[in-house]
Write a protein that binds this ligand. Structure first.
Ligand code: DI6
Ligand code: FE
Length: 403
């Protein structure tokens, strides 16, 4: 656990602060002073205020970035879907598998049957892989329970991750992920009898940081989600939305109307949707792992997001179906190669903009006053993080000021 009283001075670092002003907010020959888990001074080595006599370390020019943030994951789930992977390789589409009762619903069955211990053990496989890449903040969704008890079980497991690992967890209630078999053909009843009371119960237990939903032909329409988002607002909880992944349904505009923290996926979003996100100040969370896995061809409107000034985040979407990926470094590479983001946009997407997609303002940049959540890399330039494939140059991860 972090030692709150420890001070540490890092010198001779290449700081990618990710603050606005210059590319990567780069500070060569940088120094960084940490005290009580926070960054208290950042600047050029030769400007260091005198008087510090605590421990210090020379980083030999290594690159220091804010710790990475994975702002969209489903790491808590039972079972796996490798059989479905094979079906899709033989030509079945993701939607066909889902309509045949596979897909999300097969993970629901396995998750309902799993104990909290089993779910935690399963999630930690992916959490540990992400920690090894310098991740210090992780969003985790429910959504494979689809009954009140199992949704709460998933969220409890998500919260428990932060008790057994040095990582910050933000949870999203995703009761509206799919309609379970017992409510087939009765979507509105599912929303009013399970999603809304489940959300209220989860909030009462302190298990929810945001409310998410899957707005899609195989899931929920914007109209069906209205009452859920109204309930989120009544509970003072921010919303997020899986929107415009496989078709254009108007989910992005629903999210914008509710001032969402983020709209996620967005392959089928339009320039008008980009404008709506700009107006609501929402983040566009791009998920290239799902695009890659489903062999999608329709690209998210990156150019429109840039033109409208919509911040773009990148996340793994780590889930057993459409994105069985537990690497944020690979996500950055895919964001560049598949979506044509620049390496700088990719890094902002897993730091500064990912923090904003979670409603956090104390991490995601290197600045005085923010948490000392840092990643130190054995590289010469931050562009290298998005450039290599299947190679992890993390040298040290610092969580709350402690390695
Ligand atoms: N979109 C996704 O990418 C995940 N959920 C969602 O709404 C996929 C969930 C799954 O296939 O298990
Ligand atoms: Fe997802």
């Amino acid at each position: 656990m972090p030692d709150e009283d420890r001070t540490m001075l890092f010198r001779n670092a290449t700081l990618a602060t990710m603050q606005a002003g210059r590319p990567y907010g780069l500070v060569p020959g940088g120094a960084l002073l940490i005290d009580a888990g926070r960054i208290v001074w950042v600047g050029q080595d030769h400007d260091l205020p005198s008087g510090y006599d605590g421990p210090e370390e020379n980083l030999d020019g290594r690159v220091v970035t804010p710790a990475l943030i994975d702002c969209h994951t489903h790491v808590v789930h039972g079972g796996n879907r490798s059989a479905e992977f094979e079906m899709r390789l033989q030509g079945a589409s993701y939607e066909e598998v889902a309509r045949a009762g596979g897909g999300i619903l097969s993970t629901v069955k396995a998750t309902r049957e799993a104990s909290e211990e089993t779910l935690l053990r399963g999630a930690l496989r992916f959490v540990d892989a992400l920690i090894a890449e310098g991740v210090c903040t992780l969003e985790v969704k429910s959504g494979y329970g689809l009954d009140i008890d199992t949704e709460l079980k998933m969220l409890r497991v998500a919260r428990s991750i932060a008790r057994v690992r040095d990582i910050r967890i933000k949870t999203s209630f995703l009761g509206a992920h799919a309609v379970p078999p017992e409510f087939k053909g009765n979507t509105l009843a599912y929303v009013s009898e399970i999603c809304i009371p489940g959300l209220i119960a989860a909030q009462a237990e302190g298990l929810v940081d945001a409310v998410d939903a899957f707005c899609e032909g195989i899931a929920f329409s914007p109209e069906e989600l209205e009452p859920l988002f109204a309930q989120a607002r009544a509970l003072d909880l921010p919303v997020k939305l899986h929107a415009e992944q496989l078709s254009q349904l108007g989910g992005t505009r629903l999210a914008a109307r509710f001032g969402a923290l983020s709209a996620d996926h967005l392959e089928y979003a339009t320039a008008e949707d980009a404008r709506a996100l700009a107006q609501s100040g929402s983040v566009a969370v791009l998920l290239p792992g799902a695009f890659y896995t489903l062999r999608e061809t329709r690209l998210p409107p990156v150019e429109a997001f840039r033109a409208e000034g919509v911040p773009m985040a990148l996340a793994t979407d780590c889930n057993p179906g459409s994105s069985p990926m537990a690497s944020l470094l690979l996500t950055m590479n895919m964001g560049c190669t598949l979506f044509r983001l620049t390496p700088e946009e990719a890094l902002a997407g897993v730091t500064r903009h990912a923090a904003r997609a979670l409603g956090l303002d104390d991490c995601g940049v290197i600045a005085a006053g923010t948490r000392a959540d840092l990643a130190i890399w054995d590289i010469e330039h931050p562009a290298e993080l998005a450039y290599r494939i299947g190679y992890n140059p993390l040298w040290r991860r610092i969580f709350g000021g402690t390695a």
